[in-house]
Design a binder for this molecule. Structure first.
Ligand code: F6R
Length: 234
């Protein structure tokens, strides 16, 4: 695991974008992408660049169950707004929040991942150490699943909704097993509220109580964090 500490999320986003460009220059064709506040500066750097993504494919980590793509809280909407509407990709995949049959949707998404092997996966980090929506206790070999969100994640996401009852309680998420298949991984985390999870991820035991700790076992992982998120590292 390579750890880079930056002054702020803008510098981190720029750094992550440079790693994406390097990977593309070395033949990467498929990016695994994340939503949430963490990658926003990275998407800004991508959008403000002259890099052409029109031959690239993206595969997103997750989507809320029950959420329509045009709902402004959906992860599909987020991706269109922050990236795809401004920098077109050849193909973009996000789980279908409105799928009638959850089981079929998770199988379909596993096939998407199999057909489009991810060269570089971008991850955020939950305060509880989740990656994607693989909450504490998630098996390390899981493929795409419908998962209940923990209260800690519901609380963290409530800031985006008018009231907590509106926060979805389930999501489709790539499993940890699917994430680990990616050739390279960049994980970003910012702010003091992530410091405990960052410490566990880097210095703690590898345990599914803190899902991101599994990244210690994976080659080619770059962690980009700001000083606040790094503040508990020894
Ligand atoms: C988002 C995702 C989540 C977030 C994590 C951090 O697609 O999979 O794991 O990366 O919850 O969220 P933020 O960036 O909002 O702090």
């Amino acid at each position: 695991m390579k750890v880079i500490v930056t002054k702020n999320d803008t510098e981190a986003g720029q750094k992550a974008f440079e790693l994406i460009k390097d990977a593309m220059n070395n033949g990467a064709k498929v990016l695994g992408l994340a939503t949430g506040s963490t990658p926003v500066k990275m998407y800004e750097a991508m959008v403000n660049s002259d890099v052409d993504f029109s031959k690239m494919t993206s595969v997103n980590l997750d989507e809320y169950v029950g959420m329509a793509p045009d709902n402004d809280q959906s992860y599909r909407y987020f991706m269109q707004k922050h990236l795809f509407d401004k920098k077109p990709f050849a193909k973009t995949f996000v789980p279908d929040g409105l799928a009638k049959d959850s089981e079929a949707e998770t199988k379909r998404y596993d096939q998407v991942i199999a057909d489009n092997p991810i060269d570089l996966q971008v991850l955020g980090l939950g305060r509880n150490g989740h990656i994607g929506f693989n909450e504490p206790g998630s098996p390390f070999d899981a493929t795409t699943r419908k998962v209940p969100l923990t209260q800690s994640t519901i609380d963290a996401n409530a800031r985006f909704f008018a009231n907590e009852d509106d926060v979805p309680k389930y999501a489709y998420s790539m499993g940890i097993g699917s994430i680990l298949k990616s050739k390279k991984i960049i994980l970003m985390a910012f702010g003091a509220e992530k410091a405990e999870a960052v410490k566990g991820m880097i210095e703690g035991p590898v345990t599914n109580h803190l899902p991101a700790s599994v990244l210690q076992n994976k080659d080619d992982v770059t962690v980009i964090i700001d000083e606040a998120a790094a503040s508990k590292l020894s």
